[in-house]
Design a protein around this ligand. Structure first.
Ligand code: PLP
Length: 421
């Protein structure tokens, strides 16, 4: 699906008022259109989502929830939030939904606020093994205010070490167990996490930020039946506006709503809430379901082709929209790969691999994902071309290939732009 326009509202008004920012918006559109966006957490939103984002709903103060606001004049925006909540509940088969978290990190903050007291113990995936900053790292509130214990992946399989997770849970009796992360290529066994949470009396919190779009598109199993609460971002595979959301069991609805507002946030961003509702409607279509399956097919094709070029997939492959590649076999660091590919307009990120000998600022791996390129219409055959272009770029130490690779990137995407000009 490509867009009629990359701009939500009246671009002429912006050009007249602020030509400098207008130029920047055009330059960003051109950057997206003349490159390959392989950042696994990014996507291209639809014109419908952008229209809702660029709307007057941005003006409205609506602290509270539909029918229970602290301000007058909310009867119209109430309809947008109610529609969004109903769509989320139907799409995910959830008892309750909250569309107000400003971001994935804000949604996670609310979950901690609802269930934990400062000093309580939580058990989560470690960041260097694929977790997330908000899952108890020392630089985040979650590691400063709570006692975080971390499980990782097994050195053999490079997939989640469920035995280690179980024994840490038995030893530390955490109040909350978290699964999900930012660099996990495989499906997560939610039933196994539920069993351990029940055994030790912990809340099970699934952070589905990365993969919720694949769940929405019915391409992978859902965590919703297993988890007490599921948080996610709406801007990754889900392809909505930048923001966060949560769904939960009925028994936790009141506590989580109070934790989002007024505990952690002020007024909701009603334009973003409306845009989330639009995205949820798009996600319920057969077209989106086909998209979600294609994202995985493309990811698997790309990963297999990169493996043939000497880049070793962590866990041997992928079940999802992303993969993590170990570049030690080709003698290139993650930082070098990111810079060389970027120079040829292939945007990807360096990423630590499990048990990485390099510091995170250099890293031995890269992470690649297919949500954005699939939205613009690339298929498995294109992914084999993409893999060979990545390979040429990252192995090109002196930059002699950069211009040639960039030209081939241009040829590959010129008829499938992210956004129409
Ligand atoms: C992206 C992500 C988040 C944070 O989302 P923001 O909107 O950037 O705050 C949280 N958890 C996981 C696992 C993520 O991948």
């Amino acid at each position: 699906m490509t867009s009629a326009t990359p701009f939500g509202a009246d671009f002429g008004a912006l050009e007249a008022t602020d030509p400098e920012i207008a130029r920047i918006l055009l330059a960003e559109r051109d950057r997206l259109n003349d490159g390959l966006q392989l950042i696994a957490s990014e996507n291209f939103t639809s014109p419908a989502v952008l229209a809702a984002l660029g709307s007057t709903l941005s003006n409205k103060y609506a602290e509270g929830y539909p029918g229970r606001r602290y301000y007058g004049g909310c009867e119209v925006v109430d309809q947008a939030e109610t529609l969004g909540i109903e769509r989320a509940k139907a799409l995910f088969g959830a008892d309750h939904a909250n569309l107000q978290p400003h971001s994935g990190a804000s949604a996670n903050l609310a979950v901690y606020g609802a269930f934990l007291q400062p000093g309580d113990t939580l058990l989560a995936m470690s960041l260097p093994h694929g977790g997330h900053l908000t899952h108890g790292t020392k630089v985040s509130f979650s590691g400063k205010w709570f006692n975080a214990v971390h499980y990782g992946v097994s050195q053999e399989t490079e997939d989640i070490d469920y035995d280690q997770m179980r024994s840490l849970a038995r030893e530390h009796r955490p109040k909350m167990i978290i699964c999900g992360g930012s660099a996990i290529p495989r499906l997560i066994d939610f039933a196994a996490f539920r069993e351990v949470a029940d055994e030790v009396g912990a809340i099970l919190f699934v952070d589905a930020a990365h993969f919720i779009g694949l769940v929405a598109g019915k391409a992978i199993p859902s965590p919703v039946p297993y988890a007490d609460v599921v948080t996610f971002t709406t801007h990754k595979v889900l392809r909505g506006p930048r923001g966060g959301m949560l769904v939960c069991k009925a028994e936790h609805a009141a506590a989580l709503d109070k934790a989002v507002f007024p505990m952690m946030q002020g007024g909701p961003l009603m334009h973003a809430v409306a845009a989330k509702a639009v995205a949820l409607k798009e996600c319920a279509t057969p077209e989106y379901q086909a998209y979600a399956k294609q994202v995985i097919a493309n990811s698997q094709a790309l990963t297999a082709a990169l493996a043939e070029e000497g880049m070793r997939p962590i866990t041997g492959g992928t079940d999802t929209h992303l993969s993590l590649l170990d570049l030690q076999g080709i003698g290139v660091t993650g930082a070098e790969a990111e810079a060389r590919a970027g120079a040829a307009r292939i945007v990807l990120n360096k990423n630590a691999i499990p048990y990485d000998p390099q510091p995170p600022s250099i890293a031995s791996g890269i992470r690649v994902g297919t949500p954005a390129t699939t939205t613009q219409g690339l298929d498995e055959a294109d992914m084999r071309v993409v893999a060979s272009l990545i390979s040429r770029a990252v192995k090109d130490a002196d930059g002699s290939e950069t211009a040639a690779v960039a030209a081939e990137v241009h040829e590959l995407v010129k008829n499938k732009p992210a956004y129409a000009s």
